[in-house]
Design a protein around this ligand. Structure first.
Ligand code: UD1
Length: 371
């Protein structure tokens, strides 16, 4: 049996490794080892995702979370090196674009191990985003690239990566979403016991908001402006806002109170988040994954960013970028949704819930031609 070693550490990583680990198990050809870097460590940022998505308990937990990006990256490299040496896997797999992705990639390659990157090739062309640095570094050392959209292939080619190592496999986030939707449907046959179920019922119609990027929450002036605009949105539809620890820390540090109409809740488990946003009138976000998920469920999505590394969601999906210069128009955009003017979208190629199966088909052949 070939050994696959997954390195994951932050919330969006867990949704991406889950379906691949499941598919690997089904083949009976691979054994999976999971290294959790501990980048995210609160139960509601980590443990609940393992439970919702049936991810096996990690084999290793590095406890490398918190602190500066450099400190976090350094700790992950230092701690994972020992494990990678000991495990000597046939292939290391990293996913997405968080610090754990980049740190895991560097460690694997410095040890001469083969490396696959799932969600390779995405580029925002904005080097002020920590994730853009992580994407570029990871793809500069990876051996196999699993790509979610055509722009990824184009970007990798432009950076000189070998086309015969690129696979437009689809989107593993969407595999997880379909898996969770199915589970949710079954669960909702019995009474939903989510903490937010009552709030959802009470509000009826609402907008779902996630906002945690440094570019939106780290700067006082920007966050004050956003909160004012969101207060206007909340007069059109009430807003449910699960507050990420980074955003929570900023709101507190800047002494900002959320206006009435914005219902702040704790960061939510994957299923509970899906339970809320799938029935929202619209989603406002700065997350990467939600831009993709909303596109597949044809949900209006307004992305509070100047750019996106996921252009297919704007070009053919329901995503609309709301740049800094356009942010005052956000309440009008939500008003248009209320009046029924909704952007029509198409589901991108291979975002069908089967990406992880395609990835495993590739890995079967790769494992035989390792050298
Ligand atoms: C990270 C990712 C980002 C992703 C986000 C999803 C990077 C560069 N960024 O950002 O791409 O969208 O995760 O959530 O990797 N914290 C807690 N408890 C936790 C986790 C974090 O209190 O369980 C605190 C940390 O101590 C830190 C802050 O939240 O002060 C930010 O955490 P960090 O992992 O550095 O980055 P995120 O903003 O979560």
């Amino acid at each position: 049996m070939k050994k696959l070693l997954f390195i994951a550490g932050a919330r969006p990583n867990f949704m991406k490794i889950a379906p691949v680990i499941r598919a690997a198990k089904m083949t009976k050809m691979f054994r999976s080892v999971i290294v959790h870097t501990g980048q995210h460590y609160d139960d509601n940022m980590s443990k609940v995702f393992f439970k919702d998505l049936n991810i096996p308990k990690p084999d290793y937990f590095l406890g490398a979370g918190g602190g500066s990006h450099a400190g976090q990256t350094a700790r992950i490299i230092l701690h994972s090196e020992k494990i990678l040496r000991r495990e000597n896997p046939d292939l290391v797999i990293v996913v997405g674009d968080v610090n754990s992705t980049m740190a895991g990639a560097i460690t694997a390659k410095k040890l001469g191990l083969k490396l696959a990157h799932i969600e390779a090739g995405l580029r925002s062309f904005d080097m002020s985003m920590p994730e853009e640095i992580n994407r570029i570094v990871t793809d500069s050392v990876a051996d196999i690239f699993f790509v979610t959209e055509k722009s990824g292939i184009k970007n990798l080619k432009a950076e000189g990566r070998k086309p015969n190592r690129m696979y437009l496999a689809g989107n593993v986030m969407i595999d997880s979403m379909f898996y969770a939707l199915d589970k949710l449907k079954k669960r909702l046959h019995s009474r939903p016991n989510f903490d937010t179920a009552e709030l959802k019922d009470k509000l009826g119609e609402y907008v779902y908001l996630t906002m945690h990027r440094p570019s939106n929450v780290d700067n006082r002036k920007k966050l004050v402006r956003l909160v004012k605009i969101l207060a206007r949105v909340a007069k059109i539809f009430p807003v449910i806002y699960p507050v990420h620890p980074r955003a929570g820390k900023s709101l507190k540090a800047f002494g900002l109170k959320l206006p009435p109409g914005i219902h702040a809740v704790e960061p939510l488990p994957y299923m509970e988040s899906l339970f809320l946003w799938k029935d929202a009138r619209a989603v406002i976000t700065d997350s990467g994954g939600l831009q993709e998920e909303t596109t597949v469920l044809h949900k209006p999505c307004f992305t509070l960013r100047n750019n996106t590394e996921r252009p297919v969601t704007v070009e053919s999906g329901t995503n609309i970028l709301v740049r800094d210069s356009e942010i005052n128009a956000l309440p009008d955009m939500i008003l248009r949704v209320k009046k029924g003017h909704i952007k029509k979208g198409n589901v991108p190629y291979r975002w069908d819930g089967r990406a992880s199966l395609r990835i495993l088909e590739v890995l079967k052949t790769f494992s035989h031609s390792k050298s």
